[in-house]
Design a protein. Structure first.
Length: 260
């Protein structure tokens, strides 16, 4: 599955070439990102392809992850814990959880293990991620749902029906935990496309999601890398909500597009 976007052909008609060109530019500039980071790979000395990532748990050019149920569940937990906080804090919370389970002789990071934890103990473990009272409840709800899934892949509507799971979290779970091509839109993505004039500032989540999905091949690798690359780019150019954003890298692409 080690196949970059550069080797993928677009056969759809009526597509906006600029969406593809932005991807190619970001991939050339930053390289494969290896999302979703995993603590297991961090402990094994996994690489960090970015200047902004906070852990060594990435896996550039290896799209086989998650390889185990434990890794899959860690990604699911991470998508929830990362709401309204940085990944550095999420990493601390995940490591706390794994240490806590290890002390109780539980060596598999599973939904059943999280469900077995006392709620107050769980809250203390995930405190670094913020909103720990709320997130502890929602984490147990997610654990319960995942435990009942078995080998089944949940529908997007099913995930959205869960308390605390919005479109971004649902799409992240599908894309990174279940390897389903469902494009993830976050605040960084919206900031980029609105700054470039590709979407209105009032555009909804689903409108921006459609902008990418309607102009890209429906491919897991493409979706995973594109979202991660947009995050990396935004951390370099869009960290502050400035009135004027000097995104010279991508604005040059649009200027060339206008001349064609």
């Amino acid at each position: 599955m080690k196949k970059s976007m550069q080797n993928l052909s677009i056969e759809k008609t009526g597509m906006k070439p600029v969406i593809r060109k932005i991807y190619d530019c970001l991939l050339t500039s930053y390289g494969p990102q290896g999302w979703w980071p995993l603590t297991e790979l961090r402990e094994a000395g996994g690489t960090n392809p970015t200047k902004t990532g906070s852990i060594q748990g990435y896996h550039p050019d290896d799209y086989t992850y998650p390889q185990t149920r434990s890794q899959q569940f860690e990604i699911i937990c991470g998508t929830l814990l990362t709401q309204n906080t940085s990944w550095i804090q999420v990493e601390k919370a995940l490591l706390n959880l794994k240490d806590l389970l290890s002390l109780q002789q539980i060596h598999s990071f599973s939904p059943e293990a999280v469900l077995s934890l006392d709620k107050e103990i769980l809250k203390e473990a995930i405190r670094p991620a913020g909103y720990y009272n709320q997130k502890a409840v929602r984490l147990k709800n997610l654990a319960c749902c995942f435990s009942e899934l078995g080998a089944r892949i949940p529908a997007r509507t099913e995930l959205l029906s869960l308390k605390g799971v919005g479109p971004e979290t649902a799409d992240s779970i599908l894309l990174y935990a279940f390897k389903q091509p469902s494009f993830v839109v976050d605040a960084y993505t919206k900031r980029i496309v609105t700054n470039l004039g590709l979407a209105d500032e009032k555009a909804s989540y689903n409108e921006i999601k459609a902008l990418f999905e309607e102009n890209l091949p429906e491919n897991l690798i493409v979706y995973q890398e594109y979202h991660a690359l947009l995050v990396e780019h935004a951390k370099r150019y869009y960290q502050k909500k400035r009135t004027q954003i000097n995104d010279v890298l991508l604005e040059n692409i649009l200027q060339l597009e206008d001349k064609l």
